[in-house]
Write a protein that binds this ligand. Structure first.
Ligand code: AMP
Length: 296
Protein backbone atom coordinates (compact mmCIF):
# COMPACT_ATOMS: atom_id res chain seq x y z
CA UNK A 1 0.00 0.00 0.00
CA UNK A 2 1.36 3.40 -0.98
CA UNK A 3 0.19 6.37 1.07
CA UNK A 4 -0.23 9.72 -0.68
CA UNK A 5 1.09 12.59 1.44
CA UNK A 6 0.92 16.26 0.56
CA UNK A 7 2.32 18.05 3.60
CA UNK A 8 5.76 18.24 5.16
CA UNK A 9 4.38 17.84 8.69
CA UNK A 10 2.57 14.56 7.93
CA UNK A 11 5.66 13.20 6.21
CA UNK A 12 7.88 14.15 9.16
CA UNK A 13 5.51 12.44 11.57
CA UNK A 14 5.70 9.11 9.75
CA UNK A 15 9.45 9.48 9.28
CA UNK A 16 9.91 10.04 13.03
CA UNK A 17 7.88 6.91 13.79
CA UNK A 18 10.01 4.84 11.41
CA UNK A 19 13.20 6.20 12.99
CA UNK A 20 12.00 5.10 16.44
CA UNK A 21 11.36 1.65 15.00
CA UNK A 22 14.93 1.58 13.61
CA UNK A 23 13.79 1.44 9.97
CA UNK A 24 15.96 2.76 7.11
CA UNK A 25 14.52 5.04 4.45
CA UNK A 26 15.42 5.45 0.78
CA UNK A 27 14.34 8.60 -1.08
CA UNK A 28 13.66 8.78 -4.82
CA UNK A 29 13.23 12.42 -5.93
CA UNK A 30 11.23 12.87 -9.17
CA UNK A 31 9.18 15.44 -11.04
CA UNK A 32 6.42 12.94 -11.73
CA UNK A 33 4.92 11.48 -14.89
CA UNK A 34 6.68 8.32 -13.84
CA UNK A 35 8.01 5.70 -16.22
CA UNK A 36 10.14 2.55 -16.00
CA UNK A 37 13.28 4.67 -15.49
CA UNK A 38 11.84 6.12 -12.29
CA UNK A 39 10.55 2.69 -11.32
CA UNK A 40 14.05 1.20 -11.61
CA UNK A 41 15.21 3.72 -8.99
CA UNK A 42 12.30 2.81 -6.72
CA UNK A 43 13.06 -0.89 -7.10
CA UNK A 44 16.70 -0.31 -6.19
CA UNK A 45 15.62 1.76 -3.18
CA UNK A 46 13.31 -1.08 -2.11
CA UNK A 47 16.17 -3.56 -2.25
CA UNK A 48 18.39 -1.37 -0.06
CA UNK A 49 15.94 0.01 2.54
CA UNK A 50 13.10 -0.89 4.88
CA UNK A 51 10.96 2.00 3.62
CA UNK A 52 10.85 3.96 0.37
CA UNK A 53 9.61 7.50 -0.17
CA UNK A 54 9.11 8.81 -3.71
CA UNK A 55 8.76 12.55 -4.09
CA UNK A 56 6.68 13.80 -7.01
CA UNK A 57 7.23 17.52 -7.29
CA UNK A 58 7.36 19.56 -10.46
CA UNK A 59 9.97 21.97 -9.20
CA UNK A 60 9.43 25.43 -10.73
CA UNK A 61 12.86 26.59 -9.53
CA UNK A 62 14.73 24.37 -11.95
CA UNK A 63 12.97 25.66 -15.09
CA UNK A 64 14.14 28.69 -17.05
CA UNK A 65 11.62 31.31 -18.21
CA UNK A 66 11.49 29.94 -21.78
CA UNK A 67 11.37 26.29 -20.74
CA UNK A 68 8.49 23.81 -20.60
CA UNK A 69 7.26 24.15 -16.98
CA UNK A 70 3.69 25.04 -17.99
CA UNK A 71 3.31 22.11 -20.38
CA UNK A 72 5.28 19.50 -18.43
CA UNK A 73 3.07 16.36 -18.25
CA UNK A 74 1.27 15.59 -14.97
CA UNK A 75 -0.77 12.55 -13.97
CA UNK A 76 -1.07 11.84 -10.27
CA UNK A 77 -3.25 8.72 -10.71
CA UNK A 78 -0.74 7.19 -13.11
CA UNK A 79 2.13 8.07 -10.73
CA UNK A 80 0.33 6.53 -7.78
CA UNK A 81 -0.22 3.36 -9.78
CA UNK A 82 3.45 3.29 -10.83
CA UNK A 83 4.79 3.63 -7.28
CA UNK A 84 2.28 1.09 -5.94
CA UNK A 85 3.49 -1.44 -8.52
CA UNK A 86 6.99 -1.06 -7.08
CA UNK A 87 5.84 -1.23 -3.46
CA UNK A 88 6.94 2.26 -2.40
CA UNK A 89 5.55 3.27 0.99
CA UNK A 90 4.90 6.96 0.43
CA UNK A 91 4.27 9.19 -2.58
CA UNK A 92 5.10 12.71 -1.41
CA UNK A 93 3.19 15.18 -3.58
CA UNK A 94 3.59 18.68 -2.14
CA UNK A 95 2.39 21.89 -3.77
CA UNK A 96 4.87 24.65 -4.63
CA UNK A 97 3.51 26.64 -1.68
CA UNK A 98 4.05 23.69 0.66
CA UNK A 99 7.67 23.51 -0.48
CA UNK A 100 8.49 27.19 -0.84
CA UNK A 101 6.07 29.08 1.37
CA UNK A 102 2.57 30.56 1.11
CA UNK A 103 3.63 33.56 -0.96
CA UNK A 104 5.71 31.61 -3.45
CA UNK A 105 4.90 32.79 -6.99
CA UNK A 106 3.14 35.92 -5.72
CA UNK A 107 6.21 38.09 -5.37
CA UNK A 108 9.90 38.28 -6.26
CA UNK A 109 11.67 35.11 -5.22
CA UNK A 110 13.12 35.60 -1.75
CA UNK A 111 14.48 32.20 -0.87
CA UNK A 112 17.73 30.78 0.45
CA UNK A 113 19.19 28.90 -2.49
CA UNK A 114 21.78 26.14 -2.58
CA UNK A 115 24.44 27.05 -5.14
CA UNK A 116 26.67 24.25 -6.42
CA UNK A 117 30.28 25.02 -7.44
CA UNK A 118 30.70 26.89 -10.72
CA UNK A 119 33.23 24.46 -12.14
CA UNK A 120 30.54 21.74 -12.12
CA UNK A 121 27.79 23.97 -13.53
CA UNK A 122 29.63 25.96 -16.19
CA UNK A 123 29.51 22.98 -18.55
CA UNK A 124 26.93 20.69 -20.23
CA UNK A 125 23.33 21.38 -19.09
CA UNK A 126 24.45 23.91 -16.47
CA UNK A 127 25.87 26.12 -19.22
CA UNK A 128 22.76 25.80 -21.36
CA UNK A 129 20.23 26.11 -18.55
CA UNK A 130 21.36 28.97 -16.27
CA UNK A 131 20.01 28.55 -12.74
CA UNK A 132 18.88 24.99 -13.36
CA UNK A 133 21.22 23.30 -10.89
CA UNK A 134 20.62 25.94 -8.22
CA UNK A 135 16.95 24.96 -8.51
CA UNK A 136 17.80 21.25 -8.40
CA UNK A 137 20.16 21.54 -5.42
CA UNK A 138 17.73 23.74 -3.50
CA UNK A 139 14.83 21.32 -3.84
CA UNK A 140 16.97 18.24 -3.24
CA UNK A 141 18.52 19.80 -0.11
CA UNK A 142 15.02 20.57 1.15
CA UNK A 143 13.86 17.03 0.43
CA UNK A 144 16.92 15.66 2.25
CA UNK A 145 16.07 17.85 5.26
CA UNK A 146 12.41 16.84 5.24
CA UNK A 147 12.93 13.10 4.73
CA UNK A 148 16.37 12.59 6.29
CA UNK A 149 16.89 9.44 4.21
CA UNK A 150 19.73 6.97 4.70
CA UNK A 151 20.06 6.75 0.90
CA UNK A 152 18.88 8.71 -2.12
CA UNK A 153 18.56 7.42 -5.68
CA UNK A 154 19.33 9.31 -8.90
CA UNK A 155 19.51 8.19 -12.52
CA UNK A 156 22.69 8.34 -14.57
CA UNK A 157 20.58 9.74 -17.40
CA UNK A 158 21.03 13.10 -15.62
CA UNK A 159 24.71 12.44 -15.09
CA UNK A 160 25.71 16.03 -14.33
CA UNK A 161 22.93 16.20 -11.73
CA UNK A 162 24.27 13.04 -10.07
CA UNK A 163 27.81 14.46 -9.91
CA UNK A 164 26.54 17.76 -8.47
CA UNK A 165 24.33 16.10 -5.85
CA UNK A 166 27.24 13.89 -4.72
CA UNK A 167 29.38 17.01 -4.37
CA UNK A 168 26.65 18.84 -2.44
CA UNK A 169 26.32 15.89 -0.08
CA UNK A 170 30.08 15.69 0.46
CA UNK A 171 30.53 19.45 0.88
CA UNK A 172 27.70 19.77 3.40
CA UNK A 173 28.70 16.63 5.35
CA UNK A 174 25.27 15.15 4.90
CA UNK A 175 25.16 11.66 6.24
CA UNK A 176 23.54 9.80 3.38
CA UNK A 177 24.49 7.58 0.51
CA UNK A 178 23.86 8.79 -3.04
CA UNK A 179 23.19 5.87 -5.35
CA UNK A 180 23.51 6.27 -9.13
CA UNK A 181 21.26 3.98 -11.20
CA UNK A 182 21.69 2.87 -14.85
CA UNK A 183 19.80 4.49 -17.73
CA UNK A 184 16.62 2.60 -18.66
CA UNK A 185 15.82 2.58 -22.39
CA UNK A 186 13.03 1.62 -24.76
CA UNK A 187 13.69 -1.51 -26.78
CA UNK A 188 14.91 0.59 -29.71
CA UNK A 189 17.41 2.44 -27.50
CA UNK A 190 15.63 5.71 -26.74
CA UNK A 191 16.30 6.67 -23.11
CA UNK A 192 13.03 6.87 -21.17
CA UNK A 193 12.03 10.41 -20.30
CA UNK A 194 8.82 12.11 -19.19
CA UNK A 195 9.40 14.47 -22.11
CA UNK A 196 9.16 11.67 -24.70
CA UNK A 197 5.38 12.20 -24.55
CA UNK A 198 5.90 15.47 -26.46
CA UNK A 199 7.22 13.60 -29.53
CA UNK A 200 4.98 12.89 -32.51
CA UNK A 201 5.60 9.82 -34.61
CA UNK A 202 8.30 11.27 -36.87
CA UNK A 203 10.01 13.01 -33.93
CA UNK A 204 9.95 9.77 -31.96
CA UNK A 205 11.81 8.12 -34.85
CA UNK A 206 14.22 11.06 -35.14
CA UNK A 207 14.94 10.90 -31.38
CA UNK A 208 16.74 7.60 -31.94
CA UNK A 209 19.62 9.67 -33.26
CA UNK A 210 20.81 10.30 -29.67
CA UNK A 211 21.39 6.69 -28.73
CA UNK A 212 22.65 5.85 -32.21
CA UNK A 213 25.20 8.66 -31.92
CA UNK A 214 26.39 7.20 -28.61
CA UNK A 215 26.64 3.76 -30.19
CA UNK A 216 28.73 5.26 -33.00
CA UNK A 217 31.03 6.88 -30.43
CA UNK A 218 31.46 3.60 -28.56
CA UNK A 219 32.34 1.85 -31.80
CA UNK A 220 34.91 4.49 -32.72
CA UNK A 221 36.53 4.19 -29.29
CA UNK A 222 36.49 0.39 -29.48
CA UNK A 223 38.16 0.70 -32.90
CA UNK A 224 40.95 2.74 -31.32
CA UNK A 225 39.87 6.40 -31.46
CA UNK A 226 41.65 8.20 -28.63
CA UNK A 227 41.16 11.87 -29.52
CA UNK A 228 38.02 13.24 -27.83
CA UNK A 229 37.56 15.96 -30.41
CA UNK A 230 37.57 13.47 -33.30
CA UNK A 231 34.77 11.52 -31.61
CA UNK A 232 32.79 14.71 -30.85
CA UNK A 233 33.13 15.76 -34.52
CA UNK A 234 31.95 12.35 -35.78
CA UNK A 235 29.00 12.36 -33.36
CA UNK A 236 28.11 15.96 -34.30
CA UNK A 237 28.15 15.13 -38.00
CA UNK A 238 26.00 12.07 -37.41
CA UNK A 239 23.37 13.99 -35.41
CA UNK A 240 23.35 16.79 -37.97
CA UNK A 241 22.40 14.27 -40.63
CA UNK A 242 18.99 13.93 -38.93
CA UNK A 243 16.80 16.76 -40.31
CA UNK A 244 14.61 16.97 -37.18
CA UNK A 245 17.57 17.21 -34.81
CA UNK A 246 19.36 20.34 -33.65
CA UNK A 247 22.34 19.99 -31.31
CA UNK A 248 22.37 21.89 -28.02
CA UNK A 249 25.71 20.35 -27.04
CA UNK A 250 27.92 17.33 -27.62
CA UNK A 251 30.68 17.15 -25.00
CA UNK A 252 33.33 14.73 -23.88
CA UNK A 253 34.39 15.45 -20.30
CA UNK A 254 35.96 13.51 -17.49
CA UNK A 255 33.18 11.78 -15.60
CA UNK A 256 34.27 12.96 -12.13
CA UNK A 257 35.05 16.67 -12.40
CA UNK A 258 33.29 17.28 -15.75
CA UNK A 259 36.39 18.97 -17.17
CA UNK A 260 36.90 18.93 -20.98
CA UNK A 261 38.99 16.08 -22.32
CA UNK A 262 41.45 16.16 -25.17
CA UNK A 263 42.34 12.50 -25.14
CA UNK A 264 39.90 9.85 -23.98
CA UNK A 265 41.03 8.73 -20.57
CA UNK A 266 38.75 6.81 -18.29
CA UNK A 267 36.23 7.39 -16.84
CA UNK A 268 35.01 9.73 -19.59
CA UNK A 269 31.49 11.03 -20.08
CA UNK A 270 30.12 11.65 -23.56
CA UNK A 271 27.00 13.75 -22.98
CA UNK A 272 24.45 14.98 -25.53
CA UNK A 273 21.57 17.41 -25.49
CA UNK A 274 19.59 17.58 -28.71
CA UNK A 275 16.42 19.40 -29.70
CA UNK A 276 14.06 17.21 -31.69
CA UNK A 277 11.33 18.69 -33.90
CA UNK A 278 10.45 21.95 -35.58
CA UNK A 279 11.34 25.16 -33.76
CA UNK A 280 8.24 26.01 -31.67
CA UNK A 281 7.35 22.43 -30.81
CA UNK A 282 10.86 21.13 -30.31
CA UNK A 283 11.70 18.86 -27.40
CA UNK A 284 15.06 18.89 -25.66
CA UNK A 285 16.37 15.40 -24.93
CA UNK A 286 19.56 14.33 -23.19
CA UNK A 287 21.54 11.11 -23.18
CA UNK A 288 25.06 9.98 -22.33
CA UNK A 289 27.43 7.14 -21.82
CA UNK A 290 30.40 6.70 -19.56
CA UNK A 291 33.44 5.14 -21.10
CA UNK A 292 35.08 2.66 -18.81
CA UNK A 293 34.09 1.52 -15.38
CA UNK A 294 31.01 3.40 -14.22
CA UNK A 295 31.07 4.58 -10.63
CA UNK A 296 28.05 3.54 -8.59
P1 AMP B 1 12.86 13.50 -13.34
O1 AMP B 1 11.48 13.13 -12.94
O2 AMP B 1 13.05 13.62 -14.82
O3 AMP B 1 13.41 14.67 -12.56
O4 AMP B 1 13.76 12.27 -12.93
C1 AMP B 1 13.80 11.80 -11.61
C2 AMP B 1 14.93 10.82 -11.48
O5 AMP B 1 14.74 9.74 -12.38
C3 AMP B 1 16.29 11.44 -11.82
O6 AMP B 1 17.26 10.96 -10.90
C4 AMP B 1 16.55 10.92 -13.21
O7 AMP B 1 17.93 10.82 -13.52
C5 AMP B 1 15.91 9.54 -13.14
N1 AMP B 1 15.59 9.06 -14.49
C6 AMP B 1 14.86 9.70 -15.43
N2 AMP B 1 14.83 8.99 -16.57
C7 AMP B 1 15.58 7.88 -16.35
C8 AMP B 1 15.95 6.75 -17.13
N3 AMP B 1 15.56 6.61 -18.40
N4 AMP B 1 16.72 5.81 -16.57
C9 AMP B 1 17.15 5.93 -15.29
N5 AMP B 1 16.84 6.96 -14.49
C10 AMP B 1 16.06 7.93 -15.01
Amino acid sequence: MTVLIKTVSELREIRAKWRKEGLTVGLVPTMGYLHRGHQSLIQRAKEDNDKVIVSDFLNPLQFGPSEDLSKYPRDLDKDLEAVMQCGADILFYPSANEMYGADFGEQELALTMVVPPKDLTNTLCGLKRPGHFEGVCTVVAKLFNIVEPESAYFGKKDYQQLVIIRKMVADTNRNLQVVGCPIVREEDGLALSSRNIYLNQSERQAALVLNRALTLAKRLIDDGASNANDVVCAVTKFIESEPLAKIDYVSFVDAIELKPLSSITEPALLALAVFIGEDVHRTRLIDNFVYYNEKD
